[in-house]
Write a protein that binds this ligand. Structure first.
Ligand SMILES: Nc1ncnc2c1ncn2[C@@H]1O[C@H](COP(=O)(O)OP(=O)(O)OP(=O)(O)O)[C@@H](O)[C@H]1O
Ligand SMILES: [Mg+2]
Length: 471
């Protein structure tokens, strides 16, 4: 099938040609017709197979059929994403596909001033692409109204419906009209999340599953290295020095502090790199990602904020320096390579205490990861013994008192805006007084009542998770 055979407007067809697409991918072929028929849809397809266009193109087509008017207009499409970088990327895709029409879109996300975002919204947009925290901020400020919404899209739907985001999503859904089209997409969809999703989708959703959920792309060649935790840095460095064909490399670390530490090791070996995680400012995050895209740096070290959806051309290798404890995350991480028909390599390091994570990953993906060439271990220096000094240094790293600086992950260094986002409204405006006494303000409900212990625990869990994801 060719794109030209799909009932899409000539203006969209021209943009598709400009994007260099000729044939729809399987998910596009299967999802576009039911979306055009205004059905609810759950779309499951492997990473890098064009899910974004699978929802964006038919939505734009439907919007065009409703009239391509100029001037002030209500928001008719909402696309929610788990990270700021992904929101920017999907927003760029909408702009690319709608460039020959008068349809407009805006993108809102946290960590930056909301003024330019408000300005863009004041002109009226058809499509709003957002991360949930900033969207709710703007809804509460009455800058955004979702009362006329027609299309509700959750990309990375299983992530959006898990513990970290579900409360925000419920608040957003409460703002939407009952009659709307719901579209959920992801490469992974655990059964318990499918059940939850069915409470938001209408009664007759179409389920399009191109491959069983959590199937990694076959073109990813995988290798496993069982290695002691303390030798992982040396192994990564040795591999990068030995293999110049590892040109564009994404390294995943489980923690922000770990990502910084890996970047330090690589910098010392004169390997160009940058780290990206939730404690970096938004500008630094975008700068690091931009330099990686344009190949000004060879390695990007990231936490799982870069695991999902991010589309960088020609990532040659993905390293799992640490294995993720959520197996679905592994599928997304390695899916940053071998996108849009290309090949790629995923290399995973597994320390003895990660064997259980490895088993969960292999069970989910139905793939037994082959072991890599053990000859490389002979080139590594012998493992360093922990001395009292190195123990103390590691402890300082962990507590953030390294070199007299404050903990990078500590609450003090968290951007103020992000802190306030996760707090209930009633506590905003009072934190300074509370900081003076060095105690956190008591979280309260919007009516001013103190939260119960279960609600406080949930809030703490949610804050910790958001901090980890940098959402
Ligand atoms: N029909 C097509 N032909 C060629 N390239 C395409 C086509 N559709 C999309 N692409 C390109 O494929 C790449 C991956 O697309 P996209 O990011 O939408 O994948 P995805 O399925 O959403 O992946 P993920 O699960 O990682 O989010 C993009 O660079 C996109 O421009
Ligand atoms: Mg995607």
């Amino acid at each position: 099938m060719k794109f030209s055979e799909l009932p899409l407007d000539e203006r969209l067809q021209r943009a598709i040609v400009d994007a260099g697409y000729t044939t729809p991918t399987p998910i596009q072929e299967k999802a576009i017709p039911p979306v055009l028929e205004r059905k609810d849809l759950m779309g499951i397809a492997q990473t890098g197979t064009g899910k974004t266009a699978a929802f964006a193109l038919p939505i734009l087509q439907n919007l065009l059929q409703g009239g391509d008017s100029k001037g002030q207009k209500p928001i008719r499409v909402l696309v929610l994403l788990p990270t700021r970088e992904l929101a920017i990327q999907v927003s760029d895709c909408f702009e690319k596909y709608q460039k020959y029409t008068r349809l407009t879109s805006a993108c809102v996300f946290g960590g930056v001033s909301d003024l330019p975002q408000k300005r863009a919204l004041s002109r009226g947009v058809d499509t709003l692409i957002a991360t949930p925290g900033r969207l709710l901020d703007l809804v509460n400020q009455r800058v955004v109204s979702l009362k006329k919404l027609e299309y509700f899209v959750l990309d990375e739907a299983d992530r959006m419906l898990d513990m970290g985001f579900i409360h925000d999503i419920k608040k957003v859904v409460a703002q939407l009209p009952q009659k709307r089209q719901n579209l959920f997409f992801s490469a992974t969809m655990p059964p318990e999340i499918t059940k939850l999703a069915s409470t938001i989708l209408r009664t007759d959703p179409v389920r399009v599953e191109v491959a069983p959920q959590s199937t990694p792309i076959e073109r990813i060649r995988q290798e496993l290295y069982r290695i002691d935790k303390r030798r992982k840095g040396a192994l990564l460095k040795e591999m990068l020095l030995e293999h110049p064909e590892m040109k564009k490399v994404l390294v995943f670390s489980r923690t922000k502090h770990g990502a910084d530490k890996i970047a330090c090791v690589l910098e010392k070996a004169k390997i160009t790199c940058a780290a990206i995680h939730g404690n970096k400012s938004q500008n630094r995050r975008q700068e690091a990602l931009g330099n990686f895209k344009t190949e000004q740096i060879r390695v990007l070290v990231a936490t799982d904020i870069a695991a999902r959806g991010i589309d960088v051309d020609n990532v040659s290798h993905v390293f799992n320096y640490d294995l993720p404890d959520v197996p679905e995350t592994f599928v997304h991480r390695i899916g940053r390579t071998a996108r849009a028909g290309r090949e790629g390599v995923a290399i995973s390091f597994c320390a003895p205490d990660e064997e259980q994570d490895l088993r969960a990953i292999e069970k989910l993906t139905r793939v037994q990861i082959p072991e890599g060439d053990k000859a490389i271990f002979e080139k590594l220096p012998p493992p360093q013994k922990e001395t009292p000094e190195s123990e103390a240094r590691n402890a300082r790293w962990r507590t953030g008192k390294f070199g007299g600086r404050k903990a990078r992950g500590s609450a003090e260094n968290k951007p103020q805006k992000e802190k306030s986002q996760a707090k209930p409204q009633a506590t905003q405006g009072k934190p300074q007084a509370a900081q003076k006494q060095n105690t956190a303000p008591t979280p309260k409900t919007h009516t001013g009542k103190r939260l119960g212990s279960r609600a406080r625990r949930r809030l703490r869990e949610e804050q910790a998770r958001k901090q980890q994801q940098g959402a």
